[in-house]
Design a protein around this ligand. Structure first.
Ligand code: AMP
Length: 417
């Protein structure tokens, strides 16, 4: 099947070809025709499945077929939970729309608002925005929604986790004109369902199977280890495997900083991205990583969203995530677009609850492998090696709505504009 078979025009089909997309991915095959058909859609699909093109290509086509825009108005709006993702999605629109005469633009916090106001003055066909900055621009009367035809909510599950629900509902209230709404989410739980019911009209729901099963092309392994030996094990793994690029996930900003120092002390060049670093610093680090100049990136969950590096061979969970769904998002950085990848989790005894939650969400028991020279203390070994499937899945029926109920949802997530 080709992109043209999905109803995409020659210009966009050729652009996809030029980018090396020989055939549409599953999510693209399902979402593109429905989107072109002006349907409201909920798409449950992992990052890495080609979901950005699944909405960007048809949105561009719909925009290209309509008259141009007037001052301060926008015609398609894509909301993303983080600045990094907004910037990346805006870049994707630029790339996919390079042969069309359309105006696409990204706005997000952490950078000056004035240039954004100036750019919006002329009107924008496709605006990609984070919720806080978008509302700031609206309140400053720099943006009008009366000509809006399409609203896309990208990574809606993440949006809820980061506390953007009020912003989203406020925004929805501002969109008086009838429009098409598309919602993308990696996970499908009760709150997502509720949000979809409140924002979409009789949506077509598309579920792509890899959700919550964490990518078959990703080899996952857990290394039980004492907390005090985690850094040493990490350094050992990095030096032994010499992956060309790796992202290491940590739980806190402070943890990210101190890990970078330890890595550098042992001769490994690394940099971090987390919410305390300036937008400028984050963009520089991400650019260095994407261009291959930096091979080890240490990231917190919030900052890591939207990192799209082709062929990333390995991700390492230095700390287990607080929310089990974050595990899926994290390991989705590798094994993208069908490539194979390795996801390594360094696990210490205090994290056993988190590991169990993850295994319930992904519905599989992860393989434990103790690394020689890093054998953990007795209790940890016992827990990790003797845990039975019954202990893991015995309660599974009673808990079968686990991903929906979000028992692990952290309460202290901060909102970020
Ligand atoms: P996404 O899920 O949007 O983050 O996309 C993941 C990666 O897949 C990106 O690097 C895209 O450039 C790439 N990609 C998207 N669609 C295709 C396709 N049809 N064929 C090959 N690669 C693709």
């Amino acid at each position: 099947m080709s992109f043209a078979d999905l109803g995409l025009c020659d210009v966009l089909s050729n652009t996809a070809k030029k980018l090396g997309y020989s055939a549409p991915s599953l999510v693209q095959r399902k979402a593109i025709p429905a989107l072109l058909n002006n349907e409201d859609l909920v798409v449950i699909s992992e990052t890495g499945s080609g979901k950005t093109a699944a909405f960007a290509l048809p949105v561009l086509q719909l925009m290209a077929s309509k008259p141009s825009i007037s001052s301060k108005h926008i015609r398609a709006l894509v909301i993303t939970p983080t600045r990094e993702l907004a910037s990346q999605v805006a870049n994707s629109f630029e790339r996919y729309g390079s042969d069309l005469n359309l105006n696409t633009f990204g706005v997000y916090g952490g950078v000056r608002i004035e240039p954004q106001i100036t750019r919006l003055c002329g009107g924008v066909d496709v605006l990609v925005a984070t919720p806080g900055r978008l509302l700031d621009l609206y309140r400053q009367q720099s943006i009008c929604f009366e000509q809006l035809d399409i609203l896309v909510l990208d990574e809606a599950d993440r949006m809820l986790e980061l506390g953007f629900i009020d912003d989203i509902l406020e925004l929805k209230g501002l969109l008086a004109r009838k429009h098409q709404t598309i919602m993308f989410s990696a996970t499908f739980f009760d709150e997502i369902n509720k949000l979809a019911l409140s924002m979409l009209s009789q949506p077509n729901i598309i579920k792509i199977n890899n959700v919550n099963t964490s990518g078959n092309n990703i080899k996952q392994v857990v290394h039980p280890v004492d907390k005090s030996s985690k850094s040493a094990l990490l350094i050992y793994l990095l030096k032994t495997h010499r992956w060309p690029q790796v992202i290491i996930f940590v739980g806190t900003k402070h943890g990210a900083e101190s890990l970078v120092l330890k890595l550098e002390k042992s001769g490994i060049n690394a940099a971090s991205i987390h919410a305390n670093r300036s937008q400028h610093a984050r963009v520089n680090v991400l650019d260095a990583f994407k261009s291959g100049k930096l091979s080890v990136l240490v990231a917190t969950d919030i900052a890591s969203r939207g990192i799209d590096v082709n062929q990333l061979p390995c991700v390492i969970n230095f700390d287990l995530p607080f929310a089990a769904e974050d595990y899926i998002h994290r390991i989705g950085r590798t094994g993208r677009a069908g490539a194979s990848g390795v996801a390594i989790t360094l696990f210490n005894e205090e994290e056993s609850k988190q590991l169990l939650s993850i295994e319930k969400v992904i519905r599989q028991k992860l393989k434990r492998e103790v690394v020689s020279g890093f054998v953990p203390s007795k209790r940890n070994t016992k827990l990790s090696q003797e845990e039975t499937d019954d202990e893991l899945y015995g309660n599974f029926e009673a808990d079968s709505n686990y991903p929906k109920s979000r028992k692990n949802k952290p309460s202290n997530r901060k909102r970020r504009r």
